[in-house]
Write a protein that binds this ligand. Structure first.
Ligand SMILES: Cc1cc2nc3c(=O)[nH]c(=O)nc-3n(C[C@H](O)[C@H](O)[C@H](O)COP(=O)(O)OP(=O)(O)OC[C@H]3O[C@@H](n4cnc5c(N)ncnc54)[C@H](O)[C@@H]3O)c2cc1C
Length: 462
């Protein structure tokens, strides 16, 4: 055992630290396309004090630390680019509190989406949180860290807008409480009316701190939920359609997908509309309001509701929607990755055109999927390509296609979501230099030894 392994074992116990190559092999990669890089150590702490001790040790010895949830962001954000210690959060999964009337939950930094969902179903059936379509093992803290989006995003914004506070271990090893919990036992606000310090952490990919607790807003869970699909072959009209739909304020979530397989989906854009109600009357009222909002497009023969077959409904209504993961096997060989810029909804036609062009140019299977954020304030447009992991040429073509997506997205005024290191560099090159200088100042103050997920958001020049 090396000295560091021994010191880590002294903190978390021997069973929860490893420097073995077979473990390093797995922690060296994520399911996406980024090249692997092995950590020197992996630790799986159980309590915040252990994280404090690990980070203090790393800071003293100037060893990188990389926090990891489920490792499903796909863009290499948990790959320890400079080696060091991967802190796997999987044992910190306690649901500490659910405040039913204040509609929020406080959970530990490794709690998965699936765990909170099933806990609420069992103990608080009238409440729900905004669930993304990532596999249920994905963690709540990491999803908020990368400004993820979920089922309630059309109504309430990014999942990171739906939090009520943070507990964070800083690079110094100190613990900081952010939001109302900084001075109150109650976690009801992430900032207001104080200065909102969550911005020092969210979007930084763990490069400024490790979230050990998070307050998550909960929302009314209606008894009934249904889905409708509006079909159109007019990509140019999708933004107007979305405008009308969001104007009804009746839709829970709006996703628009376009893909060539299975054949039934080819050549159309599928505006998928989820809505909820406590009674059949409420559900029917919403359904009709949604239908009527698109009357003029139906009259002009620019689209129509397709009537979702009952066999298709359980798949669509599943949360998370497991069929999304199955896309990885459309091309046999089990790989997919997507670049998902956050971009204005009026760019939908250009995005839809771009994904077609790239799929043809690089001969790749694809799926384009937009999730509407807020009342049409923006969208995440996922350019997803599927590849065979055993085919290096296909993986290279996918890399090239995704790079072209990044260039396109930036030119079209978009901002990379869960940006790869290359995309982070591209974003910083384009960023207002004063803002970039501010980022540099924050990073240097918060992580003077550069140990926190190094390689990410590294501002080298201003
Ligand atoms: C099939 C599929 C569907 C998906 N659908 C969606 C979707 O609908 N919506 C969506 O938002 N995303 C989606 N994703 C992307 C991604 O899986 C999710 O955003 C997921 O929530 C990421 O969580 P994770 O635990 O896997 O994060 P990780 O990949 O483990 O971590 C992401 C980042 O957060 C940092 N981090 C992890 N834990 C902490 C912590 N405690 N403190 C500080 N930093 C931390 C990591 O260092 C890394 O930089 C999807 C992915 C797949 C594979």
């Amino acid at each position: 055992m090396t000295d560091i392994t021994q010191a880590l074992a002294g903190i978390v116990g021997e069973a929860y630290v490893s420097n073995h190559p077979e473990e390093a092999y797995f922690y060296a990669r994520d399911p996406g396309l980024m090249p692997p890089h092995a950590p020197d150590y992996v630790v799986v702490p159980k309590v915040v004090e252990e994280i404090q001790e690990i980070v203090s040790l790393a800071n003293r010895e100037k060893i990188p630390v990389v926090p990891m949830g489920a490792g499903l962001a796909l863009t290499g954000l948990v790959i320890p680019l400079k080696g060091g210690i991967v802190i796997d959060m999987k044992r910190m999964t306690r649901i500490l509190k659910v405040n039913e009337t204040g509609r929020h939950a406080i959970v530990e930094g490794g709690t998965s989406q699936g765990l909170l969902k099933s806990y609420l179903e069992k103990h608080h059936p009238r409440l729900r949180h905004s669930i993304p379509d990532s596999p249920a093992t994905a963690t709540i803290a990491a999803n908020v860290m990368i400004h993820g989006q979920g089922r309630l995003t059309q109504q309430y914004g990014f999942n990171s807008d739906m939090i009520t506070g943070l507990e964070v271990v800083l690079a110094s090893g100190q613990v900081s409480r952010i939001g109302s919990c900084a001075l109150s036992p109650d976690w009801f606000s992430k900032g207001a009316p104080l200065p909102d310090l969550t911005g020092l952490f969210l979007g930084w990919f763990g490069a400024t701190g490790i979230i050990t607790k998070i307050g998550v807003k909960l929302y009314p869970k209606k008894k009934l939920r249904d889905v409708e699909i509006f079909l159109t072959d007019r990509a140019d009209l999708v933004p107007d359609m979305i405008y009308e739909l969001t104007h009804t304020e009746m839709v829970e979530d709006i996703n628009v997908f376009a893909q060539p397989k299975p054949m039934i989906f080819k050549d159309n854009h599928h505006i998928t509309l989820f809505f909820t109600g406590d009674t059949d009357e409420e559900l029917e009222f919403k359904r009709k309001t949604i239908w009527h909002s698109l009357d003029r497009f139906i009259r002009n023969k620019d689209g129509g509701f397709m009537g979702v077959p009952p066999v298709m409904k359980p798949t669509l209504l599943d949360m998370p929607q497991r069929s999304v993961s199955r896309f990885a096997d459309v091309t046999k060989g089990g790989g997919f990755e997507y670049s998902g810029p956050i971009i204005m909804v009026d760019k939908y036609p250009a995005c839809a055109q771009k994904i077609l062009e790239l799929a043809e140019k690089y001969d790749l299977g694809y799926s384009g999927m937009a999730r509407i954020i807020g009342r049409s304030h923006a969208m995440m447009y996922g350019f997803a390509f599927t590849f065979n992991r055993a085919d290096p040429d296909m993986m290279e073509r996918t890399r090239k296609a995704l790079h072209e997506v990044s260039v396109f997205a930036l030119e079209a005024g978009g901002i990379f979501w869960k940006a790869t290191v290359d995309e982070q560099r591209m974003a910083m090159e384009k960023m207002d230099p004063v803002t970039l200088g501010l980022m540099k100042m924050i990073k240097e103050q918060m992580d003077p030894n550069g140990i926190m997920n190094p390689g990410n958001w590294e501002v080298t020049e201003v």
